[in-house]
Design a protein around this ligand. Structure first.
Ligand code: HEC
Length: 156
């Protein structure tokens, strides 16, 4: 009886040893980052999203400013002031001097991914302690808002 138990125990141990080297080595591998994100991250100052290059014109485009102001009043004003004061989100004063236009537009149109993956957006999240909701802003509307921000920062 005692011998039989010992034998079973020994063979189980032998089986376990035999199995050990076959364990898949890939178990600790990290999943690949999604490709489009990797592409955008090659220039981290531009953020992550569909907006890769923005052309800025001087003088400012007045039609865009008007539309940008209207969208601001309808969708953004409750959380963003035009001076530097933070209410729910940061005030917009000097945003166009501190950030690339592409980053700003990606933040507006792709906010969920930006908050999950962009280091600068994540710093803001830590500061504000609330996620900016997706405002369903089109790229064209985001461009109008950007023009309005440029005017707010004193460009002519
Ligand atoms: C319910 C509140 C809320 C609304 C509405 C809102 N935001 Fe935000 N926004 C935030 C918060 C909070 C942050 C900081 C990041 C975070 O914590 O999610 C932010 C950050 C930003 C930033 C980056 C600011 C910086 O200093 O770099 C931009 C740009 C921005 N929002 C644009 C907009 C635009 C454009 C609209 C309107 C279409 C809008 N937001 C509407 C809350 C809001």
């Amino acid at each position: 009886m005692t011998t039989a138990k010992y034998l079973i125990g020994a063979s189980v141990a032998a089986l376990m040893l035999a199995c050990a080297p076959d364990k898949p080595a890939s178990i600790t591998e990290k999943p690949d980052l999604n490709k489009s994100a990797v592409e955008a991250i090659t220039d981290p100052t531009k953020g992550i999203g569909a907006v890769k290059k923005v052309t800025l014109n001087t003088p400012l485009e007045q039609d865009r400013i008007k539309r940008g102001l209207a969208i601001y009043e309808m969708k953004c004003l409750s959380c963003h002031k035009l001076d530097e004061t933070r209410i729910v989100g940061p005030g917009w004063k000097n945003i166009t001097k501190n950030r690339k236009p592409e980053w700003i537009m990606n933040m507006i149109t792709n906010v969920d991914v930006m908050l999950d993956q962009d280091p600068e957006a994540q710093k803001l999240l830590e500061l504000c302690l609330m996620r900016m909701p997706n405002q369903n802003v089109s790229i064209g509307d985001a461009r109008d808002i950007l023009e309005f921000m440029r005017q707010n920062d004193g460009e002519k």
